[in-house]
Design a protein around this ligand. Structure first.
Ligand code: CUA
Length: 190
């Protein structure tokens, strides 16, 4: 091997090392980007309510839109679906007493005016967080008539333990009679 050959060999080794270093940087950059994307999306989703399809301005719930007082309670909508609208605020649900038909899917639409509240109806899969600014929507079917409790299960302040309501499950025919002509049904004493 002549000295010039050895020099050329050293030169190509340097080129190879340089190329490997560049690729290592590219690979590290790709992996870092993937990890950053994973961390960002999981934190972003974890900090959002599960069904964040609809938003609402919590400051004017009482003034306009579907959560005005006269629109709260249970109703039969135009295509025969049973819809319950309620709001949670420190430290009560409004209405405090819901009426729903037995054996019929009931769609709940609910939100909060102030803090994060929890909504659960015992012995059902109705269990959701009510978050200001978001409308929680879910559907539940109550198979038997009777009374259920509806406590707030998310610590929302000093009055949290006193925040609960009731759900009266009644026969579907009885419900239809009460809800005719677009009436909003509830069992809040007047
Ligand atoms: Cu509302 Cu706890």
């Amino acid at each position: 091997m002549t000295p010039t050959d050895a020099g050329a060999l050293h030169g190509s080794e340097a080129v190879a090392v340089e190329a490997e270093r560049r690729w290592a940087i590219v690979v590290i950059a790709i992996i870092s980007l993937l990890i950053a994307t994973m961390v960002f999306t999981s934190l972003h989703w974890a900090s959002m309510p599960p069904s964040r399809v609809e938003t609402v301005d919590p400051r004017n719930l009482h003034v306009s839109g579907e959560f005005v007082e006269s629109n709260l309670g249970t109703m039969l909508d135009a295509d025969g679906k049973v819809v319950v609208r309620l709001i949670a605020q420190r430290y009560a649900f409004e209405p405090q007493c819901l009426v729903v038909p037995a054996g019929v899917p009931v769609t709940f639409r609910a939100t909060s005016t102030d803090a994060v509240h929890g909504f659960v109806v015992d012995r059902t899969n109705a269990n959701v967080m009510l978050i200001p600014g978001f409308i929680a929507t879910f559907t539940a079917t109550f198979d038997k008539s009777g009374e259920r409790l509806m406590p707030c299960h998310e610590y929302c302040g000093t009055g949290h333990q006193a925040m609960w309501g009731r759900v009266q499950v009644i026969a579907a025919d009885e419900f239809r009679a009460k809800a005719k002509d677009g009436a909003r049904v509830s069992c809040v004493p007047r």
